[in-house]
Design a protein around this ligand. Structure first.
Ligand SMILES: Cc1cc2nc3c(=O)[nH]c(=O)nc-3n(C[C@H](O)[C@H](O)[C@H](O)COP(=O)(O)OP(=O)(O)OC[C@H]3O[C@@H](n4cnc5c(N)ncnc54)[C@H](O)[C@@H]3O)c2cc1C
Length: 328
């Protein structure tokens, strides 16, 4: 028995690129496999993805499966679930982990159901208990943590929430690469993918940002947002916001962090005038370093902050900008 990570790539202009969350899933898989005393393997699907197989060959894995077929060139739920069903039949893993991406949300329930299993989604942590994995997922907007144990025979499936595991903890090593050619037929694929598009011209991918400065209702009015933008610019960070800021139209929705916005895991997340409601925390608590500026010393944001500044943001932010500029 082994534990298999199914990683995600996207091919645009003929060049396949890893989804950053793939490395979080790989690191989790290595960690859980070690704790359960099972080997870890990884798989990637697509066409013309040999270079990605080479990346995996440099990781500490028993096997790296490169699942290639022309019908996997563009993502479809039918082709992905059929190919993975065959791969799972071949590898016979005990557990299969996926990043909790939109694509995985699309095909994983179909894959699991077709094998008579359920998929546990949005896992935030785990622990090993008697050689079995107990997975933790959040309920009621993060107010309750639920322990989940699989009662079904292997293989069992789970997707891991962005930011729950550290991508920089993937263990390097070596893996034997195995090419796996699934048997797929065009007549089994019921959807026809069109060209990829971005919803908005200015779409930002906060998930890829290394530094984020995020503004909340403490900023008081739209006219003050440029102050926090200036801080973000000084740091070379993306600007994000809590929900009320986006609901008010002060910043576009694509910049909202939280349960109904984006989930982010930058190297540093600076929360400026954000209280730290649970719906906000679930979207950013996976950040490596959290800095909070809030005038209320009892604001819940300080419970997750590594560094906290209690004070008036209108005094602190200009001083910070000044200090950053002087240090350059
Ligand atoms: C179903 C649902 C989904 C939701 N999804 C999201 C989501 O995705 N993202 C999200 O963010 N929220 C979400 N919310 C809303 C969430 O519950 C909170 O209402 C919201 O996060 C609060 O935003 P805030 O911290 O900016 O504002 P507030 O809670 O009003 O906090 C403002 C903070 O600023 C501080 N402050 C005020 N003045 C200053 C000053 N001069 N200097 C320094 N600090 C100051 C205050 O002490 C306070 O802590 C959701 C709610 C629901 C019900």
């Amino acid at each position: 028995m082994s534990i298999l990570a199914v990683l995600e790539q996207r091919t645009s202009d003929g060049t396949p690129e890893w989804n950053r969350m793939s490395w979080e899933t790989l690191s989790a898989t290595q960690q859980i496999a070690r704790e359960l005393n099972q080997p870890a393997s990884a798989a990637v699907l697509g066409q013309g993805i040999g270079a990605l197989g080479k990346d995996l060959a440099g990781k500490q894995l028993e096997k790296a499966y490169v699942v290639e077929h022309e019908l996997l060139r563009q993502y479809t739920p039918d082709a992905y679930s059929a190919a993975l069903r065959q791969l799972v039949g071949h590898v016979k893993p005990s557990l299969v982990f996926f990043p909790h991406t939109y694509q995985v949300r699309d095909f994983l329930p179909k894959l699991a159901t077709s094998l008579g299993r359920i998929a546990v989604s949005d896992v935030v942590s785990h622990r090993a208990d008697g050689g079995k994995a107990i997975l933790v997922r959040q309920l009621f907007q993060g107010k309750v943590n639920a322990d989940v144990r699989f009662a079904t025979e292997a293989p069992n499936f789970a997707s891991l929430q962005a930011g729950a595991y550290r991508a920089d903890q993937v263990i390097e090593g070596s893996a034997a690469v195995e090419m796996f050619a699934p048997s797929l037929s065009a007549s089994d694929i019921r959807t026809k993918p069109l060209d990829l598009f971005r919803e908005a011209q200015r779409a930002v991918d906060l998930g890829a940002a290394e530094l984020i400065v995020s503004v909340g209702r403490g900023i008081k009015e739209a006219d003050q947002i440029p102050l926090v933008q200036k801080l973000a610019d000084a740091l070379g960070a993306e600007l994000a916001a809590s929900r009320p800021i986006c609901d008010a139209g002060w910043l576009p929705m694509e910049r909202q962090v939280g349960s109904s916005g984006q989930t982010v895991a930058p190297k540093m997340y600076m929360a400026v005038g954000i209280s730290g409601a649970i719906q906000h925390l679930v979207g950013m608590k996976g950040s490596r370093i959290i800095v909070a500026i809030n005038k209320d010393a009892n604001a819940p944001i300080f419970e997750v902050a590594d560094y906290g500044i209690v004070g008036d943001l209108f005094q602190i932010v200009p001083e910070l900008i000044d200090a950053i500029q002087k240090s350059k």
